[in-house]
Design a protein around this ligand. Sequence first.
Ligand code: FAD
Length: 525
Amino acid sequence: MTEQHADVIVIGSGIGGLTVASLMAQLAHKRVLVLERHFKLGGFTHSFSRPGNRSWDVGLHYVGEVENGSMARDIFDLITQQQVQWQKMDSPFEKFVYPDMTLEVPDEEEAYQAALMEMFPHEVDAIRTFFADVRTARKWLQVYTLIQLMPKRVGPLLRVVFRGKEKLALSLTGTYLKRRCRDPRLRAILASQWGNYGLPPSKSAFLIHAAIVGHYLNGGYYPVGGASTIANSIASVIEKYGGRCLVNHTVTDILLKDGKAIGVKALAGSGTRAEEVVYYAPVIVSAAGAYTTLCKLLPPCVAGLLAKEVERLSQDSFSAVTVYLALKDSPKTVGLTAANHWLFSSMDHDDMYRRAEQILDGRPAYCFLSFPSLRNPQATSHTAEIIAPLPYHVVAQWRERPWKRRGEDYEALKRRVAETLLSFVEAYVPGFKSLVDAWEVSTPLTIETFTGHRFGAMYGLPATPERYCLSGLRVQTPVPNVYLTGADVISPGIVGAMMGGVTTAAHLMGINGFYRIMTAAKHLK
Ligand SMILES: Cc1cc2nc3c(=O)[nH]c(=O)nc-3n(C[C@H](O)[C@H](O)[C@H](O)COP(=O)(O)OP(=O)(O)OC[C@H]3O[C@@H](n4cnc5c(N)ncnc54)[C@H](O)[C@@H]3O)c2cc1C
């Protein structure tokens, strides 16, 4: 067993963990050690490729709010030291396709509102109010972020001061939409993007829906070269500042002494050749998710009631299958554009969420279709991805079997899912199937295997109103020296998890931490 020391240990190399690591290395001059269980860095920002220059991203299709001068862009530029370029998607950048209606979403709020008003002239007031409420709910998310930075006792006070906004932010999306819109078709259209956080309107807090709607009001962007350019750039910055990022390092325990964390135990390597290693640091930041951190890495009972609540919440996590397609030619040859396509089988999003399993009977509820090669100016061959919801329990029976050796029955399920989804898309885009050269399928088990996220959770803890009322769910965990970061701190999404990273780093840097980060980001150019 080997032992080593660092100033800050970061568990997990998703965008949340890498953000903290980059900021602590650059601005706080800490020796940072990032430990990642996967054989590649990046978490959901990693990409994989196959012969023929085909590549796909596992958890990034489009990112909003990275236009020049935006806060998110400034922070991306800081943590990557301006090594990532962003390609704006053409407008319309999304298409919501229902059996009886289609909306193409322009990359500008006024035009989006105008398109909605043209479609629903009898709901003009509701549409205006919706966009105003989106802004209000997003402001509450900023308050929630502030609460993370304040001493624990200040949180309840801030919540009282902003209780008007909180009431709106923590109402259920479905309840909100029913109250505001008379026309069920408008309700359906306005709820279309729920797949970006994985909860249907009857379960999600309006604030997360508002966060996503607001996030994409000025369109979508894609990192030139693919998602892995983000992780690779940040890793190079961490190393430049004396830090290290180690793959194939699965943290198994957070080590405590006198009730405080002092280091971690990890398995380096895999299989029979895995070796136990111990690393010490006075600060342990976990980007591995709240459930893994509180319920798996810390000894039982240490995180107390919070661990129990997180355990319960995590049971409702969302997961999906992804079909990665290698195409013979450009999707444009069959009339497609680079826009994301949300193909819905009905207007009832809650019903579609419940019917996710029907994909196994050849009746998918909905799918999300995206074309990385049409967004990436560096792509030299064409690819596409189809994502559809799939509950974890459908694949749970293969859990104990090793990756790539899960057996013919599992492979048959993947084939069935791929064929079903291809036929579903073909019905909307005739000729699409004939473009397909090869495909691969990932399931919730794939996600669980690689990231360790319970039930193959794609978006961390479900963004229910209840989650945002858990006062103990904070950057600073109940265990001294252990901090959370990433999607479970504020919200899922690339920018959401990155802001989780900023919040954690700001907390660690002390009273003016946030100011220091923002000043460094602003003065980069
Ligand atoms: C299919 C899919 C599509 C998506 N599309 C988009 C999109 O288009 N736009 C968008 O903004 N967001 C999208 N998201 C969401 C976004 O990718 C995530 O919310 C975000 O990347 C989460 O970042 P994170 O750092 O919190 O977690 P992760 O990226 O999950 O990182 C956690 C890391 O911790 C590691 N880890 C876990 N346990 C351990 C351990 N014990 N020891 C060491 N390492 C450990 C994991 O391997 C992983 O690398 C998508 C997600 C998925 C799954």
